[in-house]
Design a protein around this ligand. Sequence first.
Ligand code: UDP
Ligand code: MG
Length: 328
Amino acid sequence: MTQITIPRLTVVVPCYNEEPVLPTSAAILGKILQRLMDDHEVTTDSRILFVDDGSHDQTWAQIIQLEQTNAMFSGVRFSRNFGQEAALIAGLQTAHPYSDLTISIDADLQDDPTLIPTMVAKAKAGNDIVYGVRNDRSTDTWFKRSTAEGFYWFMRKLGVDLVPNHSDFRLLTRRVVGALLACRESKPFIRGIIPQLGFPSTKVYYKRQPRQAGVSKYPLRKMIRFALDGLLSFTIAPIRAVLYSGLIICGGALAMLIWILWTHLQGTVVTGWSSIMASLWFLGGFQLIAISIIGEYVGRTFTEVKHRPRFIIQTDTYSPKFSTTQPA
Ligand code: UDP
Ligand code: MG
């Protein structure tokens, strides 16, 4: 981080139908930020920026209400639900011109907000990225834990550099946010992009807490889609896997052909209706899988070239507060 004596901090909180938990989260985050401001660790116009990802409940009304009680709270509202990654990008993009530091954290406070001062201190010590890492996930269900572990393991095997057990609780300095925003893919897999950007980084560890209130916004279907997006946007390893399996199958077929010819020359008649059917079905299935994997990548290219906006902001109460301030 370039030496800034007192940095301006914006805490970015994506919210999707978080009505049950938002007042608690705002109170806890507000107290932590107020303490940092009182201690002159961050500027007194630092903010907590809620990004309402098209909620259907009272989330936005609550954000407005919070803002009326304390100017430290502000919000950005999407025109519809665009997903957590889009909400994070929107929050960072909105905060970027005015914030020396940003910290992203989930609204349900499963990540430990009391680490925020430590993260700020680590940024001041020269780190551009501070990753929040869960060293204890015992409060997660067995299913959530094992699928997450399996995902991290698989991605690392495929050469995607992920910080294990880190999700979206992290501090970024202005220049990292700038570098992240320069990555223009329509569905950014943020936790995969950040480690690729470089910059000095460090980690802070915490125990993952159960959700304070409300329900998880990631049912199995969404989790699978998220994992697939991460995988397919970061590596072409699946296409390569198809290529290798294709080569192995062709090698096997060639060996079989030689064997058939050999037995034929010996005068043995080769029978085998069932083996023909089995290989026919196997190859048919394999070809379908291969085509669909390639199709996934072609589909992604199709989405990418349209250059549609990653999100649409309907209301922004954050930027006007700084409209008289020159973006730094
Ligand atoms: N979230 C969002 N848009 C979505 C889904 C989730 O902004 O489409 C937010 C959600 O409000 C929360 C964070 O992303 O602040 C993480 O979601 P959640 O806690 O439900 O995920 P889990 O912890 O169960 O993986
Ligand atoms: Mg959660």
